[in-house]
Write a protein that binds this ligand. Structure first.
Ligand code: BTX
Length: 326
C-alpha cells in the first residue's frame, strides 16, 4: 500500500471537513480504483482514524489520530506562512536545538519543529522543561522579522497572547499570562515560552520561539518536581483536548499577531497582553540575577518592559526576572 497516497487521502478528507467525498471522486482524483480507495480507508482506520461511510455520499473523517505529524497539522491549516514547512520528530533532545540548526542552514521564515517527546526540553536559564511523550505540544517556530535585536523579547509577549487566544478558541478556557512567559490557570503553569535569538551586526537573523503546552497530562504524568506547580488543559477542562487543532490555532494566531505587530508596532499587542495579564496591578516579587525587588506591577512599556513600583515610590524597569505573585 502506498503510504503517500494514504496520507494525501487523509489530507483530502480532513480538508473536506464534514462534507463526505464519494469513493468514485476519490478514485478519479487519485487515479486508482474504488477498491484501492476502500483499502486505503482500511489502512487509515488501522492508523487510528475514524472513517464514516455515508450511504450514497461517500467517506468522511470523524476522528483523526492523536499525532502531530506534518501532513495532519498542515491539512486545513489557516496560515499563509507559519507552518508551511514542518519538521516532525517522534523524539529529540529539544526542538530548540533542532530549530537553531535549521535556522543556521537557512530554513525559511515560519518553519516549525514539533516533537512528540523531548529528552532534554529546556526552559530559561537552562532549566529543565518536563515534556511527556505525546501529551503536550513541544514545538519551536523560526521567525525572521525585520526588527532590531532589542525588540526580540516582545515576541515572547506576542506569542503569549497568541497562545491564550488559541487555548480559548479550542477549549473555551480563559488562561492568564504571568510576565513575561508563563501561561497560568490560577497559580499553576500550563505553558512556557522560550524566545532565543540568532543575530549578527546586521540585526536579527532568526528568532526561535519555543512553546511548551501541557495538554493532556494527568497529575501523575508530570515529574514529581513540578506536580504541584504544573497543570494541563485536560486537568483544567476535565476532558481530552485535540492537540492538532490547538497547534493549528496557535500557528494561526501567532501569524495574525506577528503581522499586526509588524504593521502597527507593539501598542495594540500591549493592550491585548494587558487584558490577559495576571501580573498587572498585583503585588509581586521580581527575582533578578543580581537583586530582588518587591512592589506593585503597574504595567508594561511600549517595549514590553515590566514597570514595578517599589514602596519608596520609585519606578523600576524589569527586563528579565522570575515573578512571584505575593
Ligand atoms: P521557565 O524557565 O520559565 O520555566 C521552567 C520551570 O518551569 C522549571 O524550572 C520548572 O519549575 C517548571 N516546569 C518544568 N516543566 C514544566 C511543565 N511541563 N509544566 C509546568 N511547569 C514546568 C519556560 O521556562 C519555557 C519553556 C519552554 C519549553 C519549550 S518546549 C519546546 C521548546 N523546546 C525546548 O527545549 N523548550 C521549548
Amino acid at each position: 500500500m502506498n503510504i503517500t497516497v494514504t496520507h494525501k487521502l487523509a489530507t483530502r478528507l480532513l480538508e473536506a471537513g464534514s462534507e463526505p467525498v464519494s469513493g468514485q471522486q476519490l478514485a478519479d482524483e487519485f487515479g486508482v480504483s474504488r477498491t484501492a480507495i476502500w483499502k486505503h480507508m482500511k489502512e487509515l482506520e488501522e492508523m487510528g482514524y475514524g472513517i464514516e461511510s455515508v450511504r450514497k455520499k461517500g467517506y468522511r473523517i470523524q476522528k483523526s489520530p492523536d499525532s502531530l505529524e506534518a501532513f495532519l497539522v498542515q491539512a486545513d491549516l489557516k496560515t499563509k506562512k507559519i507552518g508551511k514547512r514542518i519538521e516532525y520528530m517522534e523524539q529529540c533532545a529539544s526542538t530548540q536545538i533542532v530549530a537553531h540548526q535549521l535556522a543556521q542552514e537557512g530554513a525559511p521564515d515560519g518553519t516549525v519543529v514539533i516533537a512528540e517527546l523531548q529528552t532534554e526540553g529546556r526552559g530559561r536559564l537552562m532549566r529543565k522543561w518536563d515534556s511527556a511523550k505525546g501529551q503536550g505540544i513541544w514545538m519551536s517556530i523560526i521567525l525572521r522579522p525585520d526588527v532590531p535585536p532589542h525588540k526580540a523579547p516582545q515576541f515572547t509577549l506576542v506569542a503569549a497572547v497568541a497562545i491564550v487566544r488559541a487555548i480559548q478558541s479550542v477549549t473555551g478556557l480563559e488562561a492568564s499570562i504571568k510576565w513575561p512567559n508563563d501561561i497560568l490557570f490560577g497559580t499553576k503553569k500550563a505553558t512556557g515560552i522560550l524566545t532565543e535569538l540568532q543575530s549578527d551586526a546586521d540585526g536579527i537573523q532568526a528568532l526561535i520561539i519555543g512553546i511548551g503546552v501541557n495538554v493532556n497530562q494527568e497529575r501523575e504524568d508530570f515529574d514529581a518536581a513540578v506536580q504541584d506547580i504544573a497543570t494541563s488543559l485536560r486537568l483544567e477542562s476535565g476532558q481530552p483536548i485535540n492537540r492538532r487543532e490547538l497547534v493549528q490555532e496557535i500557528l494561526h494566531f501567532l501569524e495574525v499577531y506577528t503581522e499586526l505587530y509588524i504593521e502597527k508596532g507593539f501598542a495594540p499587542l500591549k493592550i491585548l497582553w494587558e487584558g490577559h495579564s495576571a501580573t498587572i496591578g498585583k503585588a509581586i516579587r521580581a527575582r533578578m540575577s543580581r537583586e530582588t525587588l518587591e512592589g506593585i506591577a503597574e504595567g508594561i512599556t511600549e517595549d514590553g518592559v515590566l514597570q514595578l513600583r517599589t514602596a519608596d515610590g520609585k519606578l523600576h524597569g524589569i527586563y528579565s526576572a522570575d515573578i512571584e505573585l505575593k
